[in-house]
Design a protein around this ligand. Sequence first.
Ligand SMILES: [Zn+2]
Length: 261
Amino acid sequence: MLYPVSCLLYPVMAMPVHESEAIVLRHYSLSDSDRIIVFVTRDYGKVRAVAQGVKKLKSRMAGSLEPLSHIRLEFFAREGRDLSQVRQAELIHSYLGKNPPLSRVYAYTYFAEIANELVQDNQPNEALFRLFLASMQAGEQASVNSPLVRYYEIWSLKLSGLLPNYAYCSNCAKCVKDDGFFAWLESGQVRCQACAGGRGLRVGAAAAAVLESMGKLGPGPFMAQPLTRDAAVDIERLSQRLLGLHLEKELKSYRILREVL
Ligand SMILES: [Zn+2]
């Protein structure tokens, strides 16, 4: 039997209410008046929730539920159901605001697409949430640039447990930070030149030094540093190959972003 959506969402009184800071990743239409909103939350990981009445002109929540809004979210969680229900959404800050530069729109959309892939439903990854916020803050204070995008990619991989430790050769334990290394992506190994046997993705000395500095700096100071072309090329290739390997898909927003950055 088919029930109208309003019946499926009902009753809500007995459901537990959760509160968390959240960032709106995306939304899509559910009916003439309702939307499904996908959030990454600080305390509950990724959450999908129905926002009832949000497409109506008089909706008070609509402005808070646009993509890339940082909000305080209250939602009803329904055990055993994929979809929660938005109870309240209060805007803390909109990272797109009015008339944002295109580079910011595309970069943050790309950040959201990566978070959407890496953060799991109902499994908090607070470090990744903080990275997302800090990267958007940095891109708002300065102009978004490619070092910021590389920073977000590499740190997203690291905080998801998908970035090998690139400090030492996996075979002979030689420190490779000063000479660069060869990444054996599928096995997660790192090889110095002597042990690589010509195999793997070459990451040069300049890029290895940049990866090292990424670990020590926040996104703001990092993106203000000059990045040599060699280092930029190597790091982009490394992060794109790792993302491709682990996500098993090409992110649409990346192709668009490359046209403006
Ligand atoms: Zn070695």
